[in-house]
Design a protein around this ligand. Sequence first.
Ligand SMILES: Nc1ncnc2c1ncn2[C@@H]1O[C@H](COP(=O)(O)OP(=O)(O)OP(=O)(O)O)[C@@H](O)[C@H]1O
Ligand SMILES: [Mg+2]
Length: 333
Amino acid sequence: MTNLEQDYTQPLGLDVGTSRVVVARAKDKKQDYDSQLNAFLTLPYSKLAESLLQRENVFHEVQGADIVVAGNDAERFAEAFHVETRRPMAHGVLNPEEPHSLEVVRRIITKLVGRAAAEGQKVFFSVPAQGESLDGAIRYHEASIRQILAELGYEATPIEEGLAVVYGELAASNFSGVGISCGSGLCNICLAVLSVPVISFSVPKAGDFIDAHAAQVTGDRANRLRISKEKDFQLNGFTGDRVHNALTVYYQEVIANLIGSLRAHIASAQKLPKLEQSVPLVLSGGTAMPKGFLDHFIKILQSEEFPLRLSEVRVSGDPLHSTARGALMAAQC
Ligand SMILES: Nc1ncnc2c1ncn2[C@@H]1O[C@H](COP(=O)(O)OP(=O)(O)OP(=O)(O)O)[C@@H](O)[C@H]1O
Ligand SMILES: [Mg+2]
């Protein structure tokens, strides 16, 4: 695996997500994105397999008795080799049960950002906000990603994912409002006032929760449920299809849990600043993408009084890039 040749010396935004790693670069007053699946597979080493992978230009590395295929190529080759892809991260942080986790994330990040083109080049990278079951894991995760980036020559700064969404989506309201990223490992939520985070937290029910629980009740593999969910799932009530219905049940649970946690955090906040104006709420991340998500979210939000005046509730126009875009905007400030 080779590093990128770099001639881009500007700041970077990096979204280190449980299922995808995305880098954002500034280009002609717009953003340019590149991404890799945060996944890998291992094959037993053989000379033949290695030369075939080399010939096919597959992103791989030999590690002892294994060949590790990482990133987008892992999914591409999983079927061909009849193996399951593995994930170096779970619930927004490095997966403690996966011995290859740090090395795979290092390789994927290196492939996406390359060595810094100038010493001390700035990069802001996303990290999850505190939440149940994460305890001290965030600190280790954050330090590990920072170290990977420092070894590549970057001056790396963490930014909580919800705040990155505020930066990426809420410029029009002076970075005041609620930014939410519904990802695969977590939902990350941030209420910010003039770009200062007031409430920031994460909840562990998100895309992976939907896939795993729907798979449990239908007897399918979680990966198959994920593919069907991403292909054509709509949150539009029950139908005659049991996979659709299982996805619906757990999607509804994710939304109820997210809104319930948001209400509880706002209600228990000690010093919530008095907001003169109502503020927007924006939803992003892959899990917010299906048709019907926004309608159901608004329905649950309106089912009880909400402790914050909202001017609008919308889904990002580019939900898979919000976090990286926001991290880039923060890096440019
Ligand atoms: N079109 C789609 N419809 C429904 N779900 C989708 C779609 N595209 C992606 N997803 C789901 O969104 C999740 C990935 O979203 P995203 O890329 O925002 O997560 P991530 O940033 O990698 O994870 P996290 O923020 O939790 O660390 C996965 O659960 C995936 O199955
Ligand atoms: Mg994310």
